[in-house]
Design a protein around this ligand. Structure first.
Ligand SMILES: C[S@@+](CC[C@H](N)C(=O)[O-])C[C@H]1O[C@@H](n2cnc3c(N)ncnc32)[C@H](O)[C@@H]1O
Length: 270
């Protein structure tokens, strides 16, 4: 439950668990909230969401709404959360000891698909946060993967695309996230993220990062978006343009995100 400890939910807050099923972490958050405030427990997979319903009934949780939206659409549906947990879908390379099939069943395309989705979900999670929250404005991103492509690379992307900064997770163990790995050079604050390894920490491989949001402004990215001015998210967000077009459709009909062809200019350059 490390991500929930890092999230540090408070009573009476408005909290989103964007990828909640089967609901272990959402139940933990709800227990800390003591049936005050509101918890939105969302998961795109309707079958898996049934497990959240079961868990919440069993635990007598009465302050929650369980939804089955694609997390990338959440900012158009709910906004101004005090805290958001994004326990992202991932390749599961941290739990190979439990499911050795991961070694054989994932190829490069799966990895690419995973980290594209992770980036999109993370931007949506940030966009749904209330930076003016008097108690929060925090987001926790976690995966059960040990691959930098699904962890530091995703966080690095968000640091460039939104007005957020990494903060201490408050977790007293784990190793520091990478600032320097192969061809990658990440922001020095990446050491505030935490990595957990089966052989070192006697637990599943895991990654936890905590971000604080400072405004709704999309920072000018000097490397890839030289001609773009700082802009309020609500006005432009081209990444969400496709989402806006599909928002009225049932989840099953939602267009898949485009990979490769059709990406916007900035993403292509990254
Ligand atoms: C690592 S699991 C979450 C585990 C959960 N936090 C818990 O503690 O029980 C990732 C979840 O993300 C969900 N998911 C995948 N794509 C999604 C999307 N686009 N929007 C929302 N949820 C998504 C999957 O259905 C899966 O249940």
């Amino acid at each position: 439950m490390l991500p929930v400890m890092a999230l540090a939910p408070q009573e009476n807050e408005f909290i989103l668990d964007m990828c909640a099923a089967p609901g272990g972490k959402a139940s933990h958050i709800a227990a800390i909230m003591k049936n005050t405030g509101v918890l939105i427990a969302n998961d795109v997979n309707k079958n898996r969401a049934k497990a959240v319903i079961g868990n919440f009934h069993r635990m007598g949780i009465a302050n929650s709404v369980i939804s089955t939206y694609d997390g990338r659409h959440i900012p158009q549906l709910f906004k101004n959360f005090d805290r958001v947990l994004l326990d992202a879908p991932c390749t599961g390379t941290g739990v190979i000891s439990k499911d050795s099939g991961v070694k054989m069943s994932k190829d490069e395309t799966d990895l690419q698909r995973c980290f594209t989705l992770q980036r999109e979900l993370l931007l949506a999670a940030i966009d749904s946060l209330n930076f003016k929250s008097s108690t929060g404005g925090y987001l926790v991103y976690s995966t059960c993967s040990v691959l930098a492509e699904e962890n530091e690379c995703v966080i690095d992307y968000a640091l460039k695309k939104r007005d957020v900064k990494l903060v201490d997770t408050g977790l007293s163990f784990g190793t520091e996230g990478f600032t320097n790995l192969r061809q990658h050079r990440f922001h020095p604050t990446m050491k505030l993220t935490r990595r957990f390894y089966p052989h070192t920490h006697n637990m599943d491989g895991f990654f936890v990062a905590k971000l604080k949001k400072f405004s709704n402004i999309i920072p000018k990215n000097n490397e890839s978006e030289d001609n773009e001015e700082e802009t309020e998210i609500n006005n432009i967000d081209s990444e969400n343009a496709e989402v806006q077009n599909t928002i009225e459709k049932p989840v099953a009909n939602i267009k898949k995100p485009k990979h490769g062809r059709g990406k916007n200019r900035a993403e292509k350059k990254n």
